[in-house]
Ligand binder design. Structure first.
Ligand code: ADP
Ligand code: MG
Length: 287
């Protein structure tokens, strides 16, 4: 039977924009001692801005044009920033091939040119001879017909309440806060330092995020619960595997909301400490 206190807990959390899908998750939240965050769209806004354009052997305008055509059919936040920066209208009929490779980037055929736009993993897997840059930011390298043509740096901002969110989790007794990301090590470490995150894993493919979660489980006692918080782009398997999968509801994809046990309607990471607090109070109520 469902304890009556569950209804007060669910009611109280929904007032704070926290939707909990069942009494067992309210119970599990109480025992969360590790919170694992996705980076993009979860701790950061997921709204990227182009901060540098660095062409090789072509003009800046051409580099942006190639990148914009490569990204035109992608929904990734990176893609949106590049398309916005291009400003000119895009003739989708000129794109005769499009392939999105998760956590790598894009392959397209545009005006009979073979364009690659993505990270170092994409350049390596496509055997492109390129020059890795030291710039701190999310770097999109571009190659045209097999030749390296430069890079674009884009930057995301940390959400206003992310720092407070992690501080409050620690105050509430959560032992470890972890961040998983497909982004590069430099960006990941910079954000982790700023936010006071204990452990960071970067350059992860979507399936590797599940592997890291499995590693974390191995270090836990059965009673210690692990929460994962994500915005949903590629996160559904990790959300499903965690003891408590928490999705950002406003930005999050339908698949993430479906796979999650808890949905945050306002996308504020500070709601996680709130949810834990409510779960602990709820269980103390004696009927
Ligand atoms: P996160 O784990 O931070 O949410 P993703 O798994 O969505 O990030 O992406 C990981 C990395 O893959 C990005 O940082 C980027 O380097 C590359 N990438 C993914 N999608 C694209 C895209 N549409 N264009 C260029 N690069 C991309
Ligand atoms: Mg993401």
């Amino acid at each position: 039977s469902i304890p009556l206190s569950f209804f007060s807990g669910i009611g109280n959390s929904s007032k704070h924009g926290i939707l909990i899908k069942g009494s067992n998750y309210l119970e599990a939240l109480k025992n969360v001692d590790t919170v694992v965050f996705d980076k993009t769209g979860t701790l950061t806004k997921g709204v990227f801005k182009v901060t540098k354009v660095s062409p090789v052997g072509i003009s800046e305008k051409e580099l942006i044009e190639y990148a914009a055509y490569a990204e035109a059919n992608s929904n990734h936040p990176i893609a949106k920033s590049i398309v916005n920066y291009y400003k000119e209208s895009i003739d989708l009929e000129k794109i005769t091939y499009f392939e999105e490779i998760a956590a790598h980037g894009i392959k397209v055929k545009y005006n009979d040119l073979h364009i690659l736009a993505g990270n170092d993993k994409l350049m390596s897997s496509e055997n492109i001879l390129y020059f890795p840059t030291d710039d701190i930011g999310t770097v999109v390298y571009i190659a045209v017909n097999g030749a390296y043509r430069g890079y674009i740096v884009i930057s995301d901002e940390i959400k206003e309440d992310s720092k407070e969110a992690i501080k409050n989790l620690k105050l509430s007794g959560v032992k470890e806060v972890v961040m998983l990301t497909g982004d590069n090590e430099k960006v990941a470490n910079k954000i982790a330092n700023e936010l006071g995150i204990d452990k960071v894993y970067s350059n992860l493919l979507p399936n590797e995020k599940v592997d890291r979660l499995e590693d974390i489980f191995k270090e836990k006692l059965p009673k210690e619960k692990v929460a994962f918080v994500g915005d949903g782009i590629n996160d559904a398997p990790v959300l499903a595997r965690a003891d408590v999968g928490i999705a950002m509801g406003a930005l999050g994809s339908d698949a993430a909301i479906e796979a999650a046990d808890v949905v945050l309607m306002t996308d504020e990471p500070s709601k996680i400490a709130k949810a834990i607090e409510i779960s602990r109070k709820t269980n103390k109520i004696v009927w």
